[in-house]
Write a protein that binds this ligand. Structure first.
Ligand SMILES: Cc1cc2nc3c(=O)[nH]c(=O)nc-3n(C[C@H](O)[C@H](O)[C@H](O)COP(=O)(O)OP(=O)(O)OC[C@H]3O[C@@H](n4cnc5c(N)ncnc54)[C@H](O)[C@@H]3O)c2cc1C
Length: 535
Protein backbone atom coordinates (compact mmCIF):
# COMPACT_ATOMS: atom_id res chain seq x y z
CA UNK A 1 0.00 0.00 0.00
CA UNK A 2 1.41 3.46 -0.90
CA UNK A 3 2.27 5.69 2.03
CA UNK A 4 -0.34 8.43 1.68
CA UNK A 5 0.45 12.00 2.70
CA UNK A 6 -3.28 12.61 3.19
CA UNK A 7 -6.11 10.12 3.34
CA UNK A 8 -9.82 10.53 2.95
CA UNK A 9 -12.93 8.56 1.98
CA UNK A 10 -13.59 10.48 -1.22
CA UNK A 11 -11.16 12.56 -3.26
CA UNK A 12 -12.52 15.01 -5.84
CA UNK A 13 -10.32 16.39 -8.60
CA UNK A 14 -11.50 19.89 -9.55
CA UNK A 15 -13.41 22.54 -7.60
CA UNK A 16 -15.85 23.98 -10.15
CA UNK A 17 -19.62 23.41 -10.15
CA UNK A 18 -19.40 19.62 -10.58
CA UNK A 19 -16.66 19.22 -7.94
CA UNK A 20 -18.42 21.44 -5.40
CA UNK A 21 -21.74 19.59 -5.83
CA UNK A 22 -19.97 16.22 -5.56
CA UNK A 23 -18.26 17.39 -2.35
CA UNK A 24 -21.50 18.62 -0.77
CA UNK A 25 -23.31 15.40 -1.57
CA UNK A 26 -20.47 13.06 -0.50
CA UNK A 27 -20.13 14.87 2.84
CA UNK A 28 -23.89 14.75 3.28
CA UNK A 29 -23.74 10.98 2.73
CA UNK A 30 -21.25 10.68 5.58
CA UNK A 31 -17.90 10.59 3.80
CA UNK A 32 -14.77 12.55 4.61
CA UNK A 33 -13.89 14.53 1.47
CA UNK A 34 -10.73 16.07 0.04
CA UNK A 35 -11.14 18.40 -2.96
CA UNK A 36 -8.05 19.13 -5.06
CA UNK A 37 -7.71 22.02 -7.47
CA UNK A 38 -4.78 22.98 -9.66
CA UNK A 39 -5.54 26.65 -9.00
CA UNK A 40 -7.84 28.11 -6.38
CA UNK A 41 -11.12 26.67 -7.69
CA UNK A 42 -13.94 28.19 -9.69
CA UNK A 43 -12.82 27.03 -13.12
CA UNK A 44 -15.10 27.90 -16.05
CA UNK A 45 -18.03 27.89 -13.62
CA UNK A 46 -16.98 31.13 -11.92
CA UNK A 47 -16.48 32.91 -15.27
CA UNK A 48 -19.71 31.73 -16.80
CA UNK A 49 -23.16 33.21 -17.19
CA UNK A 50 -24.50 31.30 -14.18
CA UNK A 51 -27.52 30.00 -16.07
CA UNK A 52 -29.07 26.74 -14.84
CA UNK A 53 -31.55 24.91 -17.09
CA UNK A 54 -34.51 23.92 -14.90
CA UNK A 55 -38.23 23.52 -15.25
CA UNK A 56 -41.31 21.46 -14.58
CA UNK A 57 -42.81 24.17 -12.36
CA UNK A 58 -40.03 25.86 -10.43
CA UNK A 59 -40.94 28.58 -7.93
CA UNK A 60 -39.48 31.14 -10.33
CA UNK A 61 -41.63 29.89 -13.21
CA UNK A 62 -44.74 30.07 -11.01
CA UNK A 63 -43.79 33.57 -9.86
CA UNK A 64 -43.50 34.66 -13.50
CA UNK A 65 -46.90 33.17 -14.35
CA UNK A 66 -45.33 30.40 -16.45
CA UNK A 67 -46.92 26.97 -16.45
CA UNK A 68 -44.50 24.13 -17.12
CA UNK A 69 -44.44 20.40 -16.51
CA UNK A 70 -41.68 17.81 -16.20
CA UNK A 71 -43.29 16.03 -19.16
CA UNK A 72 -43.01 19.12 -21.39
CA UNK A 73 -39.39 19.62 -20.33
CA UNK A 74 -38.67 15.97 -21.08
CA UNK A 75 -40.32 16.24 -24.50
CA UNK A 76 -38.13 19.19 -25.47
CA UNK A 77 -34.87 17.84 -24.01
CA UNK A 78 -35.44 14.48 -25.69
CA UNK A 79 -35.42 16.31 -29.01
CA UNK A 80 -32.16 18.09 -28.11
CA UNK A 81 -30.29 15.35 -26.23
CA UNK A 82 -31.32 12.37 -28.39
CA UNK A 83 -29.93 9.16 -26.95
CA UNK A 84 -26.77 10.66 -25.44
CA UNK A 85 -28.09 9.50 -22.06
CA UNK A 86 -30.80 6.84 -21.51
CA UNK A 87 -34.44 7.99 -21.45
CA UNK A 88 -34.67 7.11 -17.73
CA UNK A 89 -31.77 9.46 -16.92
CA UNK A 90 -33.38 12.31 -18.83
CA UNK A 91 -36.66 11.60 -17.04
CA UNK A 92 -34.93 11.51 -13.65
CA UNK A 93 -33.31 14.86 -14.47
CA UNK A 94 -36.62 16.46 -15.49
CA UNK A 95 -38.65 14.95 -12.64
CA UNK A 96 -36.03 16.18 -10.16
CA UNK A 97 -35.51 19.61 -11.71
CA UNK A 98 -37.66 21.60 -9.26
CA UNK A 99 -35.91 19.90 -6.33
CA UNK A 100 -32.50 20.52 -7.90
CA UNK A 101 -33.12 24.25 -8.06
CA UNK A 102 -34.41 24.22 -4.48
CA UNK A 103 -31.25 22.37 -3.44
CA UNK A 104 -29.11 25.10 -5.03
CA UNK A 105 -31.23 27.74 -3.28
CA UNK A 106 -30.79 25.91 0.03
CA UNK A 107 -27.06 26.43 -0.47
CA UNK A 108 -27.59 30.13 -1.01
CA UNK A 109 -27.71 30.41 -4.83
CA UNK A 110 -30.28 33.15 -5.58
CA UNK A 111 -32.74 32.88 -8.48
CA UNK A 112 -35.64 35.13 -9.48
CA UNK A 113 -38.81 34.78 -11.52
CA UNK A 114 -38.38 38.01 -13.53
CA UNK A 115 -39.25 36.95 -17.05
CA UNK A 116 -37.33 38.41 -20.00
CA UNK A 117 -39.86 39.60 -22.63
CA UNK A 118 -37.50 39.04 -25.60
CA UNK A 119 -35.58 36.14 -27.05
CA UNK A 120 -31.98 36.86 -26.13
CA UNK A 121 -28.62 35.15 -25.76
CA UNK A 122 -28.36 36.38 -22.17
CA UNK A 123 -30.78 38.63 -20.26
CA UNK A 124 -29.84 42.01 -18.81
CA UNK A 125 -29.70 42.70 -15.07
CA UNK A 126 -33.46 43.27 -14.99
CA UNK A 127 -34.36 39.67 -15.92
CA UNK A 128 -33.36 36.29 -14.53
CA UNK A 129 -35.71 33.84 -16.27
CA UNK A 130 -35.70 33.45 -20.06
CA UNK A 131 -36.03 31.13 -23.04
CA UNK A 132 -32.44 29.86 -23.03
CA UNK A 133 -32.88 27.19 -25.71
CA UNK A 134 -34.96 26.59 -28.83
CA UNK A 135 -38.16 25.72 -26.95
CA UNK A 136 -40.45 27.90 -29.08
CA UNK A 137 -39.04 26.47 -32.32
CA UNK A 138 -39.89 23.00 -30.95
CA UNK A 139 -43.46 23.99 -29.99
CA UNK A 140 -44.89 21.14 -32.08
CA UNK A 141 -42.84 18.65 -30.04
CA UNK A 142 -43.56 19.94 -26.52
CA UNK A 143 -45.28 22.96 -24.93
CA UNK A 144 -42.56 25.61 -24.66
CA UNK A 145 -41.57 27.29 -21.40
CA UNK A 146 -38.70 29.55 -20.34
CA UNK A 147 -36.25 27.41 -18.36
CA UNK A 148 -33.05 29.45 -18.28
CA UNK A 149 -32.70 30.33 -14.57
CA UNK A 150 -29.89 32.82 -14.26
CA UNK A 151 -28.32 33.15 -10.79
CA UNK A 152 -29.22 36.63 -9.55
CA UNK A 153 -26.28 39.01 -9.74
CA UNK A 154 -24.97 41.74 -11.98
CA UNK A 155 -23.21 40.89 -15.25
CA UNK A 156 -22.17 37.32 -15.88
CA UNK A 157 -23.38 35.77 -12.63
CA UNK A 158 -21.49 32.46 -12.65
CA UNK A 159 -19.33 34.06 -9.97
CA UNK A 160 -22.37 34.33 -7.68
CA UNK A 161 -23.31 30.71 -8.26
CA UNK A 162 -19.75 29.51 -7.61
CA UNK A 163 -19.27 31.75 -4.56
CA UNK A 164 -22.37 30.32 -2.90
CA UNK A 165 -21.37 26.72 -3.63
CA UNK A 166 -17.86 27.40 -2.35
CA UNK A 167 -19.24 28.94 0.85
CA UNK A 168 -21.49 25.92 1.34
CA UNK A 169 -18.46 23.62 0.98
CA UNK A 170 -16.45 25.76 3.38
CA UNK A 171 -19.33 25.61 5.85
CA UNK A 172 -19.13 21.83 5.65
CA UNK A 173 -15.42 22.05 6.43
CA UNK A 174 -16.24 24.07 9.53
CA UNK A 175 -19.08 21.72 10.52
CA UNK A 176 -16.81 18.71 10.31
CA UNK A 177 -13.76 20.21 11.93
CA UNK A 178 -15.24 22.48 14.55
CA UNK A 179 -18.70 21.22 15.36
CA UNK A 180 -18.25 17.57 14.43
CA UNK A 181 -21.89 17.36 13.34
CA UNK A 182 -23.06 13.75 13.65
CA UNK A 183 -23.34 11.83 10.40
CA UNK A 184 -21.78 14.61 8.35
CA UNK A 185 -18.09 14.62 7.58
CA UNK A 186 -15.66 17.37 6.86
CA UNK A 187 -14.59 18.65 3.45
CA UNK A 188 -11.04 19.81 3.00
CA UNK A 189 -10.15 21.89 -0.06
CA UNK A 190 -6.50 21.78 -1.12
CA UNK A 191 -5.72 24.40 -3.75
CA UNK A 192 -2.69 24.83 -6.00
CA UNK A 193 -2.47 21.05 -6.26
CA UNK A 194 -2.70 19.33 -9.64
CA UNK A 195 -3.67 15.68 -10.04
CA UNK A 196 -1.10 14.11 -12.37
CA UNK A 197 -1.84 10.36 -12.08
CA UNK A 198 -4.31 7.95 -10.52
CA UNK A 199 -3.07 5.28 -8.12
CA UNK A 200 -4.59 1.84 -8.63
CA UNK A 201 -4.28 -1.23 -6.43
CA UNK A 202 -5.60 -4.57 -7.63
CA UNK A 203 -7.49 -2.82 -10.45
CA UNK A 204 -9.24 -0.37 -8.09
CA UNK A 205 -8.49 3.35 -8.08
CA UNK A 206 -7.39 4.12 -4.52
CA UNK A 207 -5.78 7.51 -4.71
CA UNK A 208 -4.30 10.41 -6.62
CA UNK A 209 -0.73 11.38 -7.28
CA UNK A 210 -0.40 15.17 -7.24
CA UNK A 211 2.08 17.97 -7.71
CA UNK A 212 1.37 20.55 -5.02
CA UNK A 213 2.57 24.04 -4.13
CA UNK A 214 1.58 23.41 -0.49
CA UNK A 215 5.17 23.47 0.76
CA UNK A 216 6.37 26.13 -1.69
CA UNK A 217 7.70 29.52 -0.50
CA UNK A 218 4.92 32.01 0.29
CA UNK A 219 5.90 34.30 -2.56
CA UNK A 220 5.70 31.45 -5.11
CA UNK A 221 2.20 30.53 -3.91
CA UNK A 222 1.14 34.18 -3.88
CA UNK A 223 2.52 34.82 -7.37
CA UNK A 224 0.90 31.61 -8.69
CA UNK A 225 -2.48 32.66 -7.30
CA UNK A 226 -2.26 36.29 -8.45
CA UNK A 227 -0.93 35.56 -11.94
CA UNK A 228 -3.52 32.87 -12.57
CA UNK A 229 -6.28 35.22 -11.47
CA UNK A 230 -4.97 38.05 -13.65
CA UNK A 231 -4.69 35.79 -16.67
CA UNK A 232 -8.19 34.26 -16.54
CA UNK A 233 -10.06 36.95 -18.49
CA UNK A 234 -7.39 37.35 -21.22
CA UNK A 235 -7.38 33.55 -21.52
CA UNK A 236 -11.09 33.75 -22.25
CA UNK A 237 -11.25 36.74 -24.59
CA UNK A 238 -7.78 36.98 -26.18
CA UNK A 239 -6.40 33.44 -25.91
CA UNK A 240 -2.95 34.24 -27.33
CA UNK A 241 -2.44 36.86 -24.64
CA UNK A 242 -3.86 34.51 -22.03
CA UNK A 243 -1.43 31.76 -22.99
CA UNK A 244 1.49 34.16 -22.68
CA UNK A 245 0.23 35.37 -19.28
CA UNK A 246 -0.08 31.73 -18.19
CA UNK A 247 3.57 30.85 -18.89
CA UNK A 248 4.96 32.10 -15.53
CA UNK A 249 2.13 30.24 -13.73
CA UNK A 250 3.18 26.97 -15.37
CA UNK A 251 6.84 27.79 -14.63
CA UNK A 252 6.10 28.28 -10.91
CA UNK A 253 4.40 24.88 -10.89
CA UNK A 254 7.37 23.19 -12.60
CA UNK A 255 9.88 24.92 -10.32
CA UNK A 256 8.16 24.71 -6.92
CA UNK A 257 5.50 21.98 -6.92
CA UNK A 258 6.31 18.86 -4.88
CA UNK A 259 4.77 15.35 -4.97
CA UNK A 260 1.73 14.72 -2.78
CA UNK A 261 -0.05 11.36 -2.48
CA UNK A 262 -3.72 11.50 -1.53
CA UNK A 263 -5.53 8.25 -0.71
CA UNK A 264 -9.26 7.64 -1.28
CA UNK A 265 -10.69 4.67 0.58
CA UNK A 266 -14.10 4.90 -1.16
CA UNK A 267 -13.68 6.65 -4.47
CA UNK A 268 -12.10 9.32 -6.67
CA UNK A 269 -14.31 11.75 -8.62
CA UNK A 270 -12.88 13.44 -11.70
CA UNK A 271 -14.55 16.87 -12.07
CA UNK A 272 -11.72 18.70 -13.81
CA UNK A 273 -13.63 20.41 -16.64
CA UNK A 274 -13.29 19.96 -20.41
CA UNK A 275 -10.43 20.03 -22.92
CA UNK A 276 -10.87 23.30 -24.82
CA UNK A 277 -7.53 24.67 -23.59
CA UNK A 278 -5.55 21.79 -25.11
CA UNK A 279 -5.21 23.11 -28.63
CA UNK A 280 -3.78 19.89 -30.01
CA UNK A 281 -6.52 17.71 -28.52
CA UNK A 282 -9.12 20.17 -29.80
CA UNK A 283 -7.62 20.12 -33.30
CA UNK A 284 -7.43 16.33 -33.43
CA UNK A 285 -10.64 15.40 -31.62
CA UNK A 286 -12.99 18.26 -32.53
CA UNK A 287 -12.12 19.68 -35.96
CA UNK A 288 -15.44 21.58 -36.01
CA UNK A 289 -13.94 23.93 -33.41
CA UNK A 290 -11.46 25.36 -35.95
CA UNK A 291 -11.55 29.14 -36.03
CA UNK A 292 -13.63 29.42 -32.85
CA UNK A 293 -12.93 30.93 -29.43
CA UNK A 294 -12.77 28.25 -26.69
CA UNK A 295 -14.63 29.40 -23.57
CA UNK A 296 -12.14 27.97 -21.11
CA UNK A 297 -9.66 28.47 -18.32
CA UNK A 298 -6.13 27.07 -18.36
CA UNK A 299 -7.54 24.22 -16.23
CA UNK A 300 -9.62 22.92 -19.16
CA UNK A 301 -6.56 21.15 -20.55
CA UNK A 302 -8.18 17.71 -20.77
CA UNK A 303 -6.03 16.37 -17.91
CA UNK A 304 -9.07 14.97 -16.09
CA UNK A 305 -10.26 13.11 -19.19
CA UNK A 306 -6.74 11.77 -19.80
CA UNK A 307 -6.42 10.60 -16.17
CA UNK A 308 -9.65 8.61 -16.50
CA UNK A 309 -8.72 7.22 -19.91
CA UNK A 310 -5.32 6.18 -18.50
CA UNK A 311 -7.11 4.14 -15.84
CA UNK A 312 -9.05 2.29 -18.55
CA UNK A 313 -12.07 4.59 -18.94
CA UNK A 314 -13.71 4.96 -22.35
CA UNK A 315 -14.29 8.39 -23.89
CA UNK A 316 -17.09 9.50 -26.21
CA UNK A 317 -18.47 12.53 -28.07
CA UNK A 318 -15.12 14.34 -27.97
CA UNK A 319 -15.93 15.56 -31.48
CA UNK A 320 -19.12 17.24 -30.22
CA UNK A 321 -18.58 20.92 -29.58
CA UNK A 322 -21.06 23.72 -29.06
CA UNK A 323 -20.21 26.59 -31.42
CA UNK A 324 -22.29 29.68 -30.68
CA UNK A 325 -23.48 32.19 -33.24
CA UNK A 326 -26.00 34.47 -31.57
CA UNK A 327 -28.01 36.80 -33.82
CA UNK A 328 -29.53 38.56 -30.82
CA UNK A 329 -29.54 40.94 -28.96
CA UNK A 330 -30.86 43.20 -30.38
CA UNK A 331 -34.00 41.03 -30.69
CA UNK A 332 -35.25 42.71 -33.91
CA UNK A 333 -32.51 40.92 -35.87
CA UNK A 334 -34.40 37.65 -35.41
CA UNK A 335 -36.76 39.00 -38.08
CA UNK A 336 -33.90 38.79 -40.59
CA UNK A 337 -33.20 35.95 -43.02
CA UNK A 338 -30.07 33.80 -42.54
CA UNK A 339 -28.52 32.69 -45.85
CA UNK A 340 -25.41 30.94 -47.14
CA UNK A 341 -23.16 32.00 -50.04
CA UNK A 342 -25.72 30.69 -52.55
CA UNK A 343 -28.38 32.88 -51.00
CA UNK A 344 -30.23 29.81 -49.63
CA UNK A 345 -31.91 30.07 -46.23
CA UNK A 346 -29.99 28.16 -43.55
CA UNK A 347 -32.35 27.65 -40.57
CA UNK A 348 -35.00 29.14 -38.29
CA UNK A 349 -33.17 32.27 -37.13
CA UNK A 350 -34.82 32.20 -33.69
CA UNK A 351 -33.21 28.91 -32.63
CA UNK A 352 -30.61 28.88 -29.87
CA UNK A 353 -27.17 30.21 -30.87
CA UNK A 354 -25.54 26.76 -30.75
CA UNK A 355 -28.13 25.36 -33.18
CA UNK A 356 -27.57 28.35 -35.48
CA UNK A 357 -23.79 27.75 -35.16
CA UNK A 358 -24.26 24.08 -36.08
CA UNK A 359 -26.37 25.01 -39.11
CA UNK A 360 -23.78 27.54 -40.32
CA UNK A 361 -20.95 25.01 -39.93
CA UNK A 362 -23.01 22.44 -41.83
CA UNK A 363 -23.04 24.73 -44.87
CA UNK A 364 -19.32 25.46 -44.78
CA UNK A 365 -19.11 28.18 -42.12
CA UNK A 366 -20.09 31.16 -44.34
CA UNK A 367 -23.37 32.95 -43.56
CA UNK A 368 -25.10 36.33 -43.79
CA UNK A 369 -28.20 37.77 -42.18
CA UNK A 370 -30.38 39.78 -44.54
CA UNK A 371 -32.34 42.62 -42.91
CA UNK A 372 -34.27 45.55 -44.38
CA UNK A 373 -34.30 49.19 -43.26
CA UNK A 374 -37.17 48.76 -40.77
CA UNK A 375 -35.46 45.83 -39.04
CA UNK A 376 -32.11 47.64 -38.81
CA UNK A 377 -33.73 50.82 -37.45
CA UNK A 378 -35.62 48.84 -34.81
CA UNK A 379 -32.47 46.90 -33.89
CA UNK A 380 -30.54 50.16 -33.40
CA UNK A 381 -33.24 51.48 -31.05
CA UNK A 382 -33.19 48.26 -29.01
CA UNK A 383 -29.44 48.11 -28.35
CA UNK A 384 -29.26 50.21 -25.15
CA UNK A 385 -32.10 48.40 -23.36
CA UNK A 386 -31.34 44.84 -24.42
CA UNK A 387 -27.59 44.41 -23.94
CA UNK A 388 -24.94 43.93 -21.27
CA UNK A 389 -21.41 45.24 -21.92
CA UNK A 390 -20.12 42.14 -23.76
CA UNK A 391 -23.25 42.02 -25.93
CA UNK A 392 -22.83 45.70 -26.84
CA UNK A 393 -19.62 44.79 -28.68
CA UNK A 394 -21.48 42.12 -30.65
CA UNK A 395 -24.39 44.45 -31.43
CA UNK A 396 -21.97 47.15 -32.56
CA UNK A 397 -20.22 44.64 -34.85
CA UNK A 398 -23.51 43.40 -36.32
CA UNK A 399 -24.84 46.88 -37.02
CA UNK A 400 -21.57 48.55 -38.06
CA UNK A 401 -18.40 46.86 -39.44
CA UNK A 402 -20.08 43.48 -40.05
CA UNK A 403 -22.79 44.98 -42.27
CA UNK A 404 -22.92 46.10 -45.91
CA UNK A 405 -26.00 47.75 -47.39
CA UNK A 406 -27.38 48.84 -50.75
CA UNK A 407 -30.59 50.07 -52.32
CA UNK A 408 -31.47 46.77 -54.00
CA UNK A 409 -31.18 43.09 -53.10
CA UNK A 410 -28.96 42.45 -56.15
CA UNK A 411 -26.58 45.27 -55.21
CA UNK A 412 -26.20 44.22 -51.58
CA UNK A 413 -25.64 40.60 -52.68
CA UNK A 414 -22.87 41.76 -55.02
CA UNK A 415 -21.24 43.77 -52.22
CA UNK A 416 -21.22 40.80 -49.81
CA UNK A 417 -20.30 38.18 -52.42
CA UNK A 418 -23.59 36.27 -52.10
CA UNK A 419 -25.33 34.78 -55.18
CA UNK A 420 -27.90 37.48 -56.16
CA UNK A 421 -30.38 35.15 -57.90
CA UNK A 422 -30.40 32.70 -55.00
CA UNK A 423 -30.88 35.53 -52.51
CA UNK A 424 -33.71 37.12 -54.53
CA UNK A 425 -35.53 33.78 -54.77
CA UNK A 426 -35.10 33.09 -51.03
CA UNK A 427 -36.37 36.52 -50.10
CA UNK A 428 -39.38 36.32 -52.43
CA UNK A 429 -40.42 32.99 -50.86
CA UNK A 430 -39.82 34.28 -47.31
CA UNK A 431 -41.80 37.48 -47.84
CA UNK A 432 -44.71 35.64 -49.45
CA UNK A 433 -45.07 32.89 -46.81
CA UNK A 434 -47.94 33.17 -44.34
CA UNK A 435 -46.14 30.88 -41.93
CA UNK A 436 -42.55 29.77 -41.86
CA UNK A 437 -41.76 26.28 -43.23
CA UNK A 438 -38.61 26.22 -41.04
CA UNK A 439 -40.63 26.89 -37.89
CA UNK A 440 -39.88 30.51 -36.96
CA UNK A 441 -42.70 31.77 -34.71
CA UNK A 442 -45.29 33.95 -36.50
CA UNK A 443 -44.60 36.98 -34.28
CA UNK A 444 -41.05 37.09 -35.65
CA UNK A 445 -42.14 36.95 -39.28
CA UNK A 446 -42.21 40.27 -41.12
CA UNK A 447 -41.50 40.73 -44.82
CA UNK A 448 -38.01 42.14 -45.37
CA UNK A 449 -38.94 44.40 -48.27
CA UNK A 450 -38.05 47.98 -47.32
CA UNK A 451 -34.85 49.30 -48.95
CA UNK A 452 -32.02 49.78 -48.28
CA UNK A 453 -31.16 46.14 -47.63
CA UNK A 454 -28.33 44.97 -45.40
CA UNK A 455 -26.31 41.76 -45.31
CA UNK A 456 -24.54 41.12 -42.02
CA UNK A 457 -21.59 38.74 -42.16
CA UNK A 458 -22.10 36.15 -39.38
CA UNK A 459 -19.67 33.56 -40.72
CA UNK A 460 -17.73 31.36 -38.32
CA UNK A 461 -14.03 32.13 -38.58
CA UNK A 462 -11.34 33.67 -36.33
CA UNK A 463 -12.34 37.27 -35.65
CA UNK A 464 -11.42 39.42 -32.68
CA UNK A 465 -14.55 41.58 -32.93
CA UNK A 466 -17.03 38.81 -33.60
CA UNK A 467 -15.64 35.49 -32.35
CA UNK A 468 -17.66 32.27 -32.27
CA UNK A 469 -17.34 30.88 -28.73
CA UNK A 470 -17.05 27.11 -28.31
CA UNK A 471 -17.50 24.60 -25.46
CA UNK A 472 -16.36 20.98 -25.52
CA UNK A 473 -19.15 18.53 -24.70
CA UNK A 474 -17.63 15.02 -24.68
CA UNK A 475 -15.67 13.21 -22.01
CA UNK A 476 -15.40 9.98 -20.02
CA UNK A 477 -18.23 7.50 -20.43
CA UNK A 478 -20.04 6.99 -17.12
CA UNK A 479 -22.69 4.68 -15.73
CA UNK A 480 -25.92 6.71 -15.98
CA UNK A 481 -27.11 5.54 -12.56
CA UNK A 482 -23.94 6.02 -10.51
CA UNK A 483 -21.49 8.21 -12.42
CA UNK A 484 -18.85 5.46 -12.30
CA UNK A 485 -16.38 5.55 -15.17
CA UNK A 486 -16.97 2.74 -17.68
CA UNK A 487 -14.53 0.83 -19.85
CA UNK A 488 -15.16 0.30 -23.56
CA UNK A 489 -16.69 -3.14 -22.77
CA UNK A 490 -19.21 -1.54 -20.39
CA UNK A 491 -17.60 -2.77 -17.16
CA UNK A 492 -16.82 -0.23 -14.43
CA UNK A 493 -13.41 1.08 -13.42
CA UNK A 494 -13.71 0.34 -9.67
CA UNK A 495 -13.33 3.37 -7.42
CA UNK A 496 -13.48 5.92 -10.26
CA UNK A 497 -16.27 8.43 -10.99
CA UNK A 498 -16.56 11.42 -13.30
CA UNK A 499 -18.85 14.45 -13.56
CA UNK A 500 -19.36 17.80 -15.27
CA UNK A 501 -17.49 18.47 -18.49
CA UNK A 502 -14.98 15.71 -17.77
CA UNK A 503 -17.79 13.24 -18.46
CA UNK A 504 -20.42 12.48 -21.06
CA UNK A 505 -23.62 14.09 -19.80
CA UNK A 506 -27.04 15.48 -20.65
CA UNK A 507 -25.61 18.21 -22.89
CA UNK A 508 -23.01 16.10 -24.74
CA UNK A 509 -25.04 15.98 -27.96
CA UNK A 510 -26.65 19.36 -27.96
CA UNK A 511 -26.08 22.26 -25.58
CA UNK A 512 -28.58 24.96 -24.73
CA UNK A 513 -27.76 27.70 -22.23
CA UNK A 514 -27.73 26.39 -18.68
CA UNK A 515 -27.77 22.71 -19.60
CA UNK A 516 -24.06 22.24 -18.95
CA UNK A 517 -24.36 23.79 -15.50
CA UNK A 518 -27.50 21.80 -14.70
CA UNK A 519 -25.66 18.67 -15.79
CA UNK A 520 -22.71 19.60 -13.54
CA UNK A 521 -25.09 19.79 -10.57
CA UNK A 522 -26.93 16.60 -11.54
CA UNK A 523 -23.85 14.52 -12.36
CA UNK A 524 -21.70 16.02 -9.58
CA UNK A 525 -24.28 15.14 -6.92
CA UNK A 526 -24.74 11.67 -8.40
CA UNK A 527 -20.99 10.96 -8.41
CA UNK A 528 -20.50 12.35 -4.89
CA UNK A 529 -23.36 10.29 -3.48
CA UNK A 530 -22.22 7.04 -5.04
CA UNK A 531 -18.52 7.57 -4.36
CA UNK A 532 -19.40 8.05 -0.69
CA UNK A 533 -21.28 4.77 -0.80
CA UNK A 534 -18.21 2.86 -2.02
CA UNK A 535 -19.73 1.43 -5.23
C1 LIG B 1 -17.92 32.61 -20.36
C2 LIG B 1 -18.65 31.32 -20.14
C3 LIG B 1 -20.03 31.34 -20.08
C4 LIG B 1 -20.72 30.15 -19.87
N1 LIG B 1 -22.06 30.21 -19.64
C5 LIG B 1 -22.71 29.10 -19.29
C6 LIG B 1 -24.06 29.15 -18.86
O1 LIG B 1 -24.62 30.21 -18.70
N2 LIG B 1 -24.69 27.97 -18.59
C7 LIG B 1 -24.05 26.76 -18.70
O2 LIG B 1 -24.67 25.72 -18.49
N3 LIG B 1 -22.76 26.70 -19.04
C8 LIG B 1 -22.07 27.83 -19.32
N4 LIG B 1 -20.75 27.76 -19.62
C9 LIG B 1 -20.11 26.45 -19.57
C10 LIG B 1 -19.96 26.01 -18.12
O3 LIG B 1 -19.47 27.09 -17.36
C11 LIG B 1 -19.01 24.85 -17.99
O4 LIG B 1 -19.35 23.84 -18.91
C12 LIG B 1 -19.10 24.29 -16.57
O5 LIG B 1 -18.97 25.34 -15.63
C13 LIG B 1 -18.04 23.26 -16.33
O6 LIG B 1 -18.03 22.96 -14.95
P1 LIG B 1 -17.04 21.84 -14.39
O7 LIG B 1 -17.30 21.76 -12.94
O8 LIG B 1 -17.15 20.63 -15.22
O9 LIG B 1 -15.59 22.46 -14.69
P2 LIG B 1 -14.91 23.81 -14.16
O10 LIG B 1 -15.90 24.75 -13.59
O11 LIG B 1 -14.05 24.30 -15.26
O12 LIG B 1 -14.01 23.30 -12.96
C14 LIG B 1 -12.94 22.42 -13.16
C15 LIG B 1 -11.87 22.68 -12.12
O13 LIG B 1 -10.90 21.62 -12.22
C16 LIG B 1 -9.61 22.16 -12.01
N5 LIG B 1 -8.65 21.23 -12.62
C17 LIG B 1 -8.47 20.96 -13.92
N6 LIG B 1 -7.53 20.02 -14.09
C18 LIG B 1 -7.11 19.67 -12.86
C19 LIG B 1 -6.14 18.73 -12.36
N7 LIG B 1 -5.44 17.96 -13.18
N8 LIG B 1 -5.93 18.65 -11.02
C20 LIG B 1 -6.64 19.44 -10.15
N9 LIG B 1 -7.56 20.34 -10.57
C21 LIG B 1 -7.80 20.44 -11.91
C22 LIG B 1 -9.67 23.53 -12.65
O14 LIG B 1 -8.69 24.40 -12.10
C23 LIG B 1 -11.10 23.98 -12.33
O15 LIG B 1 -11.17 24.77 -11.17
C24 LIG B 1 -20.01 28.92 -19.80
C25 LIG B 1 -18.62 28.91 -19.86
C26 LIG B 1 -17.94 30.10 -19.99
C27 LIG B 1 -16.46 30.08 -19.91
Amino acid sequence: MPSWDIQSDVVIIGFGAAGACAALEAAQAGAGVVVLDRFTGGGATALSGGVVYAGGGTAQQWAAGVRDTAEAMLGYLRAEAGDVVPERTLREFCDGSVAMLEWLESHGVPFEGSLCPDKTSYPTNRHYLYYSGSEVSFRDVAPPAPRGHRARGRGTSGKVLYRQLKTAVQDKAECGLVLGRAGEQSVRVIGQTAAVALVTEGGRVTGVECRSLRGAPWWARGAHRALHRLGRKPYLYVPKLGRIAHRPVAWLERRHARPLLVGASRGVVIAAGGFGADRRMLRERAPAARGTLPLVTAGDDGSGIRLGAGAGGAVAHLDRVSVWRFLTPPPALLRGVLVDGDGKRICDESRYGAAVGDAILACGGRAWLLADRVTIEQARREVPGSTLWFQRLQAWYLLRPGRVSAGTVAAVAAKAGVDPDGLAATLAAYNAAASDPLGKPDELLRPQDQPPFSLIDVSIRPRLLHPAPVLTLGGLVVDPDTGQVLRADGSVVPGLFAAGRSAVGLCSRSYVSGLSRADCVFSGRRAGRHAAGRS
